[in-house]
Design a protein around this ligand. Structure first.
Ligand code: HEM
Length: 124
């Protein structure tokens, strides 16, 4: 069985997904102020590395950033349900914009929804 990473086409897929995601983040009134002004490219790179690694690709994220500890890394940002929903909306646009098999899309989306819920760190 090949990994999810291989089935979707490897790095090219994750680069495409994250660049579409960050194109929406760049214009979103809730998300834009949370992301670093000068380092949107770097932010896109980190998310791309993480997702590729999570889905069975190379461990570039770990090599460059160490253990993900994503909830901890997000604790410096104030993430309420509105921010989570904005993040998921941007991700939905990106997922809709890529061409992979529908069952793989569903698998990816289910994970992203759960992960986004887990990142909420502020009560409404
Ligand atoms: C729920 C809403 C979320 C918000 C508002 C949010 C916001 C942010 C922000 C502002 C950053 C800093 C950008 C940077 O310089 O790298 C960041 C980093 C990151 N986020 Fe999120 N995020 C959310 C959910 C998620 C989810 C669900 C994932 C994974 C599936 C994720 C993965 C990452 C990764 C891998 C980094 C880079 C961490 C590092 O190595 O420093 N985020 N996020």
């Amino acid at each position: 069985m090949s990994s999810f990473y291989e089935q979707v086409g490897g790095d090219a897929f994750f680069a495409d997904l994250t660049s579409q995601f960050y194109a929406v983040v760049a214009t979103d009134p809730i998300l834009r102020p949370m992301y670093p002004d000068e380092d949107m490219k770097g932010a896109a790179q980190r998310l791309q590395w993480f997702l590729a690694q999570y889905w069975g690709g190379p461990t570039t994220y770990q090599e460059n950033r160490g253990h993900p500890r994503l909830r901890m890394r997000h604790s410096q940002f104030s993430i309420d349900t509105a921010a989570r929903d904005a993040w998921l909306r941007a991700m939905r646009t990106a997922v809709d914009g890529v061409e992979i098999k529908e069952d793989l899309k569903e698998q990816l989306w289910d994970y992203l929804e759960l992960a986004a819920d887990a990142m909420v760190n502020q009560p409404d």
